[in-house]
Design a protein around this ligand. Structure first.
Ligand code: FAD
Length: 384
């Protein structure tokens, strides 16, 4: 299918990436969001870019392709991928053995993973409390994305090239080639395009219901007990104020993961919850303090650091935990993209989605990430 105009619903990391790729391919884009740029899940993410032994292997490989797409963007001048490398710190001999196995399990030599001795860890992260370090591993190609800079830069590029952005307009329904939105004052608008891409994160099922599709996304508000094994919907992302703690890499160890932040502080993610707490569990708010204490035990240089910012992120989780990119098969030219690990995957998925939209060629890397696999639940006319 050849498209000259497109509507992208959702201005998160996925929608902004798709809008930018369409714009680069001379498609005129209307980008719509019910809030602002990067205000959904993309506003509360750990943003670790990696293909580090995810399961199954083709999903891990998809993530590695995502990492490589960010590398290409950085080489072309993009300023948002901080390719610090990831240092995994073992605090016991058992952990060191486990990390060594993990390194061996990574299928691609070019990923560059390697085990580290205690001295090797301390050379990379000299501010660590040396007493705690037994060994570790290094993943030099991993890093983190400054998602706000990425989304805003991509959206700006689109606007400069003639795209339009409609913030604070909520998509109510799709009818054929038309998207109907509602503004905050209740007024309705209608937009038309050759193709419509729904990248609305957790808002995707609601939008696709209007074209008769039961989109297979887990209900982000369901209690963890009802969600099965796929994982937690809610994660806590907390950030300290500016601190020079000598932390140079993305660092993971038992009980805490941390990385430098865009404000000059340190950002933590939510390991202690283990995904078992409901969204409104008050213990959630204790997580930042727990993580900061653990980090201070590792890095004495964090003494005096305080938490400045806490965000609750709601994961976008297709019901098998993997990516969905596909035509929805409603008869209308509607394509959907929804995924966890969307920060890692965004640049690669944008390239493959836009190629598929414009040439009909479906990239090998996404062959198994269509809607067909849910055909028990979804009408299987995908591929319009
Ligand atoms: C705690 C946590 C940690 C994470 N860590 C990582 C990580 O380390 N690495 C990684 O790669 N990924 C990570 N992720 C996942 C990643 O953040 C998400 O996959 C990604 O942000 C999803 O982006 P998106 O653009 O698909 O969705 P969103 O960012 O949610 O964007 C969707 C947009 O659609 C808009 N929208 C919704 N409904 C409508 C409607 N009806 N009309 C108009 N607009 C609408 C919303 O306002 C929103 O702006 C993490 C997620 C969480 C929650």
């Amino acid at each position: 299918m050849s498209a000259k105009t497109a509507i992208v619903i959702g201005a998160g990391v996925l929608g902004c990436s798709v809008a930018a790729e369409l714009t680069r391919n001379n498609v005129r884009v209307t980008l719509i969001d019910e809030a602002e740029i990067a205000s959904g899940t993309s506003a509360a993410t750990f943003a670790w870019v990696n293909g580090n032994n995810k399961s199954p292997e083709n999903y891990s490989h998809l993530n590695f392709l995502g990492l490589q797409a960010h590398e290409r963007a950085a080489a072309a001048g993009a300023r948002w991928f901080h390719q610090t490398g990831m240092v995994q710190v073992a605090q016991s001999a058992v952990e060191a053995e486990g990390y060594e196995r993990n390194v061996k399990n990574i299928a691609w030599p070019e990923y560059g993973a390697r085990p580290l001795t205690r001295a090797g860890v301390l050379q990379l992260e000299p501010s660590l409390d040396a007493e705690r370090v037994v060994g570790g591993a290094f993943y030099p190609r991993e890093g983190w994305i400054d998602v706000q800079t990425m989304c805003h830069s991509l959206a700006e590029m689109c606007l400069e090239q003639g795209a339009s952005f409609r913030p604070f307009e909520s998509v109510k329904e799709i009818r054929d080639n038309e998207v109907v939105t509602e503004c905050r004052d209740g007024s309705l608008s209608t937009y038309t395009a050759d193709v419509i891409i729904v990248a609305a994160g957790n808002g995707t099922p609601h939008i696709l219901r209007s074209v008769g599709i039961d989109f297979p996304l887990l209900d982000p508000h369901a209690h963890p007990d009802e969600r099965g094994s796929v994982g937690s919907s809610v994660g806590v992302i907390s950030t300290t104020g500016k601190v020079d703690a000598g932390i140079r890499h993305f660092v993971r160890t038992k009980g805490v993961a941390l990385r430098p932040s865009r404000n000059g502080g340190i950002t933590f993610s939510d390991h202690p919850t283990g995904g078992q707490w409901a969204q409104d569990d008050p213990r959630t708010w204790q997580v930042p303090q727990t993580l900061l204490e653990r980090a201070k035990a590792l890095y004495p240089s964090l003494k005096g650091a305080v938490t400045k910012n806490v965000a609750l992120g709601t994961r976008v989780l297709p019901s098998d935990g993997l990516t969905v990119v596909d035509w929805v098969g409603s008869g209308a030219p509607v394509y959907a993209a929804a995924t966890h690990s969307g920060v890692t995957l965004s640049a690669h998925l944008a390239e493959t989605i836009v190629r598929e939209l414009l040439t009909g060629h479906r990239d090998e890397s996404v062959q198994s990430f269509g809607l067909d696999r849910f055909k028990e639940r979804v009408p299987s006319e995908a591929g319009s």
